[in-house]
Design a protein around this ligand. Structure first.
Ligand SMILES: Nc1ncnc2c1ncn2[C@@H]1O[C@H](COP(=O)(O)OP(=O)(O)OP(=O)(O)O)[C@@H](O)[C@H]1O
Length: 240
């Protein structure tokens, strides 16, 4: 038998009260693969990503990471799964460098200072290393969240709209970063509103509408303009 997929969701759904946020969905992600999730606001993308991260439990179905049940309380899972969520979680009284030191120490990173210098330079944060989060621009804060995911080891990277607040140059560097991650064997699940970013980095694109998968395939197919001139976004709107 071959190795299990890095991440596997089987029959996963999520209901909040009366609201069906996610209909039964299957998803499989291999090491070194990037899958992008697109869809309008409220279509269920973050719900799916939170379940994939083990941060929320599905109403039905199961999630496994490298053959083990996905559970963020399991240290074996936490050591290998990095998440950049949709809310900025920072300590107001720790500098940019101190945030990265904290994450590096928690994950047992050796020679952390040199590595932190590298990550700060890579995310264009070197001159803000001594700044507190309150003194950062929103784009710089987003770069800090990405840097915190990069400073630690990972086999799976879960990104919820990482392009938020980034300017075009920073978005280009984000695309390069995701490409470098997959090249080094990391599996990436990317929630995004940016079709161009998805086309640049993903080998598979899934479009959600009202919690249902309405398109699934290669970016060239899913993100191309339809025969009637519509784009994926218009098709997803129509499916509502
Ligand atoms: N904790 C919750 N309690 C109740 N309803 C929720 C909860 N989380 C999400 N929902 C609902 O589930 C649906 C899907 O939300 P979700 O955040 O997954 O959408 P999304 O596709 O990520 O949207 P966006 O692009 O705006 O981030 C929405 O209708 C939302 O209101």
């Amino acid at each position: 038998m071959g190795a299990p997929p890095l991440l596997q969701l089987t029959g996963v759904s999520r209901v909040f009260g009366q609201r069906k946020a996610l209909a039964k969905t299957d998803l499989s992600l291999s090491a070194g693969q990037c899958v992008a999730l697109l869809g309008h606001n409220g279509s269920g993308k973050s719900t799916l990503l939170r379940i994939a991260a083990g941060r929320d439990r599905p109403t039905t179905g199961r999630v496994s990471f490298d053959g083990m049940p996905m559970n963020e309380n399991d240290p074996r899972v936490r050591a290998r799964v990095a998440v950049v969520g949709d809310t900025a979680a920072c300590y107001p009284d720790l500098t940019v460098r101190e945030h990265l030191q904290l994450v590096a120490v928690a994950h047992g990173v050796e020679d952390a200072e040199e590595w932190i210098d590298h990550i700060l330079a890579d995310r264009l944060l070197s001159e803000h290393a001594r700044s507190l989060p309150g003194a950062l621009s929103s784009g710089q804060l987003q770069s800090l969240l990405l840097a915190a995911a990069l400073v630690r080891p990972r086999d799976l990277l879960l990104l919820d709209e990482p392009e938020q607040r980034l300017d075009p140059g920073a978005r280009r560097r984000l695309a390069e970063l995701i490409a470098a991650e997959t090249e080094s064997g990391v599996g990436v699940l990317l929630v995004t509103h940016h079709g161009e970013l998805a086309a640049a980095v993903a080998s598979r694109v899934i479009v959600l509408s009202e919690g249902r998968v309405v398109a699934d395939g290669k970016p060239s197919k899913v993100l191309s303009t339809g025969p009637d001139g519509t784009t994926w976004a218009a098709a997803a709107e129509r499916a509502r």
